[in-house]
Ligand binder design. Structure first.
Ligand code: GLA
Length: 367
């Protein structure tokens, strides 16, 4: 009988700590109950086939020795993972992979990390590489930075791999390797829910601006004589003279403080305070870090007007999703208000849904 193994791999939202994972700051993402399903079976002819239902029903085929530049578009994430595994000393004889997704496209819910981490986990398990989850996260990150060409941090991969039902994942990104801790999330016991508004927007600026922000943060850290910008003190606001670098640094410093305050609020079940911290984070990302866009800002404003305790963009920005902390009975009102505001702008309707903290990538069946 053919050995077919099926994996479930979640997407993630980031609760707080945006654009801190490449600045040595703390981040608090949460794996969600929207996921990819990956089926894998071995081959012995040095070929990898990948079928997917998103963006459309398509198939890609490449050799196990695939190199950067050979494959592009969505399949680059799969090819990049195969390449990165081989680079880390884990070649394999070939595989068929079938991928189905319940993550809306362009949603900024880490469908790319789900894909790279899911494929890396499935191949690790199928071929007995014995890799740990942090190793898999680093291999998946290298697939994006070294193959796809997106210089991402390590937050999404660790969230997708270390998620636990009912918990967020606190990551110390300054540690080498980065470390994780599960943080219990209990707002649902108090009648609240986390609502995602997937704007459907994806501004073409996204990739170039992400790299530009990283570069600005590195320049600010170098000017301050620091390895990590998140280590800067308030004196940085005096030392730095360039207004742009000052604004980026202000976001990194205040966001780091917001993560600490949010952890405290989560601990004390102080949900109004957590909501206020979410909204303050959005304002900082919009004004100081400048990674928001009209679709995100309007979704946040409408959610707040409709009674959300707080709302913010989540992920890299320039499109993607907003998260809002909402009383259970207010979910429909938030959705309707956001839709009405989008209609008045003539924008396509966003997708709204509630999410719960879910388990990280895991094997569900084998046959
Ligand atoms: C993207 C990247 C992450 C992180 C966020 C911003 O999701 O993949 O590494 O930098 O943006 O917090």
């Amino acid at each position: 009988m053919t050995d077919v193994r099926q994996w479930t791999v979640p997407g993630r939202v980031n609760l707080i700590g945006e654009h801190l994972d490449y600045n040595g700051g703390p981040v608090l993402p949460m794996a969600i109950d929207r996921s990819l399903t990956i089926k894998v079976r071995p081959r012995d002819d040095s070929i990898v086939n990948v079928w997917t239902d998103r963006p459309a029903s398509t198939k890609a085929t490449f050799p196990t020795t695939v190199q950067p530049g050979d494959v592009d578009d969505w399949a680059a994430y799969a090819a990049g993972t195969v390449w990165s595994l081989a680079e880390s000393g884990h070649p394999f004889p070939g595989a068929d992979l079938v991928i189905e997704s319940s993550l809306p496209s362009n949603s900024g819910l880490s469908s790319s990390a789900a894909l790279t981490c899911g494929i890396a986990s499935a191949l690790d398990n199928l071929f007995d590489f014995g890799l740990g989850r942090t190793d898999l996260a680093l291999i998946a990150q290298r697939a994006e930075s070294g193959y796809v060409g997106a210089p991402v941090g390590i937050m999404d991969q660790l969230a997708v791999l270390y998620g636990e039902a009912g918990h967020a994942v606190l990551i110390d990104t300054a540690a080498s390797p980065p470390t994780t801790r599960a943080i219990p999330i209990s707002w649902e016991d108090d009648g609240l829910i986390l609502q995602v508004i997937a704007t459907g927007a994806h501004h073409s600026l996204a990739d170039g601006e992400y790299a530009a922000r990283r570069d600005e943060c590195e320049r600010a850290a170098a000017e301050l004589g620091l390895t990590w910008l998140a280590e800067a003190g308030l004196d940085a606001m005096v030392t730095l003279t360039d207004e742009t670098l000052k604004a980026r640094t202000r976001h990194v410093l205040t966001e780091t403080a917001r993560v600490r305050a949010a952890l405290n609020a989560v601990n004390r079940r102080a949900w109004t305070q957590l909501g206020t911290i979410f909204t303050a984070s959005h304002e900082s990302l919009r004004d100081d870090f400048q990674v928001s866009c009209p679709e995100l800002d309007v979704a946040v404003e409408a959610a707040l007007e409709a009674g959300a305790l707080g709302a913010r963009m989540t992920g890299g920005g320039f499109g993607g999703s907003v998260i809002a902390l909402v009383p259970l009975e207010g979910v429909a009102t938030v959705r309707e208000k956001v839709e009405a505001r989008y209609d008045s702008h003539g924008w396509g309707r966003p997708e709204s849904f509630v999410v719960h903290a879910a388990a990280g990538a895991h094997l569900v069946s084998e046959s």
